[in-house]
Write a protein that binds this ligand. Structure first.
Ligand code: ADP
Length: 609
């Protein structure tokens, strides 16, 4: 297919394939775009059209200005365009995007669009702007490439930057922007400026040249669409070739391509320019637009930086402007998967709660098990004690009972003389007394066991009780004819009193004095009483058989009797256990000091209230 045929098909497509139905209620706008729908800026243009199409009825025409540069094409295109437009209802406003479209429309103004206001955007060609200023009803926005700020960004990201090499060609945009580049370069005294002109060499030679740019330099892509042979290269192809061969970072003045390997820039946004144009059209009457000749600059709004490209060329990440839009930044997991993160947090929360619940349950169960174990041990111990108690009791009770029963039956015998009968009666009486003491101790012990141990507090004068106890035991000593002297050693006065249970206090003294008397054959027994550390200390000291060191720790336990004492002396093994319970009732202490064969001293205390 020849080039001519191709152009014809393209023109027919433009004529019949484009255009949209007008909306009778809104302004009819014809937007003429300098380039093709494939050209990268179209994405942003399309976005602005979409947003405005609710209020405006917009038809679009593409001039394919990058692909075709010869006059013949545009002349033919104008003819076809005129025919096409004449078939449609009249437009209210004409919008042009970029240089070629304005140039194209101004060329047909007189013949075709005499009474239609023109609003342009994306124009930086000085001659064209001059032409626009002189025309009636032409207003618009110039394309203001941020050369200074884009070169400044390159210098920020690489503080050692020493040269910017512009990639230019001889398209209208290429030439106009190269002039501006040169003007801006003078602002940077430490950065040299040069260019590789695709318009003066073949495409491949230009690529070769730029591949040799190395060191602390950067490329600024201005325009690389057409080479010296007028061969057109699409932006995408040129960009991928440039990025493939370049050894230095590449910057750009337009949004397209940033994100594909270009480091960044402060690019022109066709979206923002067109949005402004459409807003103006919406807000103004056609008549007013016909009188409007304002031409305004619109500066690029924001820096755009490709984070991956910054890293690729080892540029300074920290120098990226805070306000910059950053592309290709590896987003942290937390940012990408917020919902997953929240879900995970909720799950972790539940798990934690579950773990806490489990640990509480386990702890409670352990505590319960421990308490059960203790209770079981206690029950076993009680059972063991009860069994031992019953066994002991049976033994302790049976012994005197046997004597009582045995000697009672012997008494029946008629051939007993008076003296023997008297001896038997004495044995029966002694055993009865022992049995009585035993039963009374057992009752006390069982009361202690059941917590029923009565304890009535009252004010008791201590000295009279001590004295009466001493007297009572002196009588017993006399009765027993033991060579023992019992004396009282009291340091308290007559009126000294404590608050306690009188009966139990007496019982306690009696237990200790009774033991002293029982386990002492001769010598001395002393009942002492003194005040010590705000307590009343009472002791019973004897010169009896004493207690072995091994037995001392068990002495206050029930039924504990030392072997040699058991063999010789009568007893229940309950007296000291009862004594300990009584002392504990008033929060006192009881203890013993003793040496085998030398005697013992039992102490107890009564707190003063
Ligand atoms: P018992 O009825 O056997 O005297 P106790 O509980 O009063 O029972 O005493 C327990 C044991 O402590 C006695 O069997 C004895 O071995 C020892 N004991 C108690 N008091 C004295 C003491 N004053 N001298 C020597 N041993 C004593």
């Amino acid at each position: 297919m020849t080039n001519r045929k191709r152009i014809l098909i393209l023109l027919l497509f433009l004529l019949f394939g484009q255009g949209m139905m007008a909306n009778s209620h809104s302004k009819r706008v014809l937007l003429i775009n300098s380039y093709s729908p494939d050209f990268p800026t179209y994405n942003n243009i399309h976005k602005a059209i979409n947003e405005a199409s609710g209020d405006l009825s917009i038809d679009i025409e593409f001039l394919y200005g990058k692909e075709h540069s010869n006059r013949a094409y545009f002349k033919k295109l104008q003819q076809l365009f005129a025919e096409k437009i004449s078939l449609r209802p009249p437009y209210d406003v004409l919008v042009t995007v970029d240089n070629i479209a304005l140039q194209f429309v101004l060329g047909m103004r007189d013949s075709l669009f005499r009474d239609i206001p023109i609003v342009f955007c994306g124009v930086e060609d000085r001659e064209l702007l001059q032409q626009a200023r002189l025309a009636e009803g032409v207003s618009g926005i110039t394309e203001f490439c941020a050369f200074g700020e884009t070169i400044g960004l390159a210098a920020r990201l690489n503080p050692d930057l020493n040269e910017i090499v512009a990639l230019t060609d001889n398209t209208i945009t290429g030439v106009a922007n190269f002039q501006l580049f040169n003007a801006y370069c003078t602002q940077f005294s430490e950065i040299a400026c040069s260019n590789i002109d695709f318009g003066r060499t073949t495409y491949n030679d230009a690529l070769k040249q730029l591949s040799k740019v190395t060191g602390d330099k950067a490329l600024l892509l201005i325009s690389a669409y057409r080479d010296s042979t007028s061969a057109y290269t699409s932006f995408q192809k040129a960009l991928s070739d440039i990025l493939r061969v370049s050894q230095v970072p590449v910057y750009h003045l337009y949004e397209h391509g940033i994100g594909q390997g270009i480091v960044g820039g402060k690019p022109i946004s066709h979206y923002h320019m067109l949005k402004k144009v459409f807003d103006k059209i919406k807000a103004s009457s056609t008549e007013w637009l016909m009188t409007d000749t304002s031409i305004v600059n619109m500066e690029p709004v924001e820096f755009i930086v490709d984070f991956a490209a910054v890293n690729h060329f080892n540029l300074s990440e920290k120098a990226i402007p805070d306000s910059a839009i950053i592309l290709n930044k590896p987003t942290s997991f937390f940012k990408i998967e917020k919902s997953v993160l929240y879900l995970a947090l909720v799950l972790v929360g539940f798990l934690l709660l579950f773990v806490v619940y489990l640990s509480i349950t386990v702890r409670n169960r352990r505590r319960m098990n421990y308490e059960l174990m203790l209770a079981k041990e206690k029950a076993e111990e009680s059972n063991r004690l009860k069994t031992a108690f019953i066994a002991n009791m049976s033994h302790e009770i049976r012994t005197p009972m046997n004597s009582i029963v045995g000697f009672s039956s012997l008494l029946r015998s008629t051939d007993l003389n008076y003296e023997t009968r008297g001896q038997y009666c004495q044995i029966i009486e002694d055993n009865s007394n022992h049995l009585l003491a035993l039963i009374s101790d057992i009752i006390d012990i069982s009361k202690i066991e059941s917590g029923d141990f009565s304890f009535r507090l009252s004010k008791i004068e201590v000295l009279p009780i001590l004295k009466s106890q001493v007297l009572e035991y002196q009588q017993k000593i006399v009765r027993l004819t033991k060579p023992i002297e019992l004396k009282l050693n009291s340091e308290i006065g007559k009126d000294f009193y404590i608050v306690s249970d009188k009966v139990r206090f007496k019982q306690l003294l009696s237990n200790l004095l009774g033991n002293a008397l029982k386990y002492t054959t001769e010598g001395e027994i002393e009942l002492g009483c003194k005040l010590k550390n705000s307590e009343l200390l009472i002791y019973v000291k004897d010169t009896g058989i004493g207690i072995s060191a091994d037995f001392l720790p068990k002495i206050f336990e029930r039924f504990m009797r030392e072997e040699d004492a058991k063999k010789v002396y009568d007893g229940t093994g309950l007296g000291l256990a009862i004594a300990k319970s009584i002392v504990q009732k008033w929060n006192g202490k009881i203890w013993v000091e003793s040496e085998k064969g030398k005697g013992s001293t039992f102490y107890f205390t009564c707190p003063l209230q």
